[in-house]
Design a protein around this ligand. Structure first.
Ligand code: CP
Ligand code: NVA
Length: 300
């Protein structure tokens, strides 16, 4: 079926992504001014959550309400999805009743299969492999604080996880260099990394990755679905905390980001996440504005 989906950052062109960030900034200003902008009256977003969420659920539901439409929350606990109805059947049914669908799930392959059978656009609201919506907000946040990220250096420190993979794709699409530092055994996917060529570079310590960086980013050490690995991961990641020493290695005006939820004094020290270089609250708020711009792009 021919709908336009957003499963990874590579589904939009660099030009579309840059315009989306600028549009998100415009929508934020409209919202702050109290101007109503309701182009999606009677349009419905179906939101399928197979994992927990605070920001993603709020930002999509509020965003759709502000755009004049409606959002419906669906969880496997109380839908037939949780009782084994095939993904292909769920996709065909949900897409006949809604205008756009958002999914947060485990295997990335599942959302690809869902999109294949959906007659309306499908948005990836996080899989085990990628979290592209978060990157839209992160890029908007960087732009608001420091201008264009093209040619800059970003440090990814911690787990080579879904967020790391989306940062690798962002380096390709937005034109920055990504320095990555992860402990052995927790490296990003080799194919995703290789596809970025020289734009994503592996370094052997948090300090080395942060050196001269304009933006330092981390994420939890154990993602959703890895809870039972928590203790082992805390030991493996001990040298990968973003603390004030790591931030000192970065550029003097470097920013700190984290998609949240965060564990203070695990992946980031409390003084960094609560300090002057941290822009995590703007980053969280921008989920709303960036996703409104995404809904507009996919629904228009
Ligand atoms: N950053 C993020 O996606 O947060 P939630 O898990 O709360 O949605
Ligand atoms: N890597 C984290 C991101 C949460 C928004 C996870 O997948 O749990």
């Amino acid at each position: 079926m021919s709908s336009r989906h957003f499963l990874t950052l590579l589904d939009l062109t660099p030009d579309e992504l840059n315009r989306l960030v600028l549009r998100a900034i415009e929508l934020k200003a409209l919202n702050r001014a109290g101007d109503l902008y309701e182009p999606f009256k009677h349009r419905v977003l179906a939101m399928v959550f197979e994992k927990s969420s605070t920001r993603t659920r709020m930002s999509f539901e509020v965003g759709m309400a502000q755009l004049g439409g409606h959002a419906i929350f669906l969880s496997p606990r109380d839908t037939q999805l949780g009782r084994g109805e095939p993904i292909e059947d769920s996709a065909r049914v949900l897409s006949r009743m809604s205008d756009i669908i958002m999914i947060r799930t485990f295997e990335h392959e599942k959302i690809e299969r869902f999109a294949e059978y959906s007659s309306v656009p499908v948005i990836n609201a996080l899989t085990d492999l990628y979290h592209p919506c978060q990157l839209l907000a992160d890029m908007q946040t960087y732009f608001e604080h420091r201008g264009d990220i093209r040619g800059r250096t970003v440090a990814w420190i911690g787990d080579g996880n879904n967020m790391c993979h989306s940062y690798i794709n962002a380096a390709r699409q937005f034109g920055f260099t990504l320095n990555i530092a992860c402990p052995d055994g927790y490296l990003p996917d080799a194919d995703i990394l290789a596809a970025a060529g020289e734009q994503a570079v592996m370094l052997d310590s948090a300090q080395a990755a942060a050196r001269g960086a304009d933006l330092v980013v981390t994420d939890v050490w154990a993602s959703m679905g890895q809870e039972e690995e928590q203790e082992r991961r805390v030991r493996a990641f001990a040298d990968y905390q973003v603390d004030s020493q790591v931030m000192q290695a970065a550029a003097v005006d470097a920013l700190f980001m984290h998609c949240l939820p965060a564990h203070r004094d695990e992946e980031v020290s409390a003084d960094v996440i609560d300090g002057a270089q941290s822009v995590v609250w703007d980053e969280a708020e921008n989920r709303l504005h960036a996703q409104k711009a995404l809904l507009e792009l996919l629904l228009s």
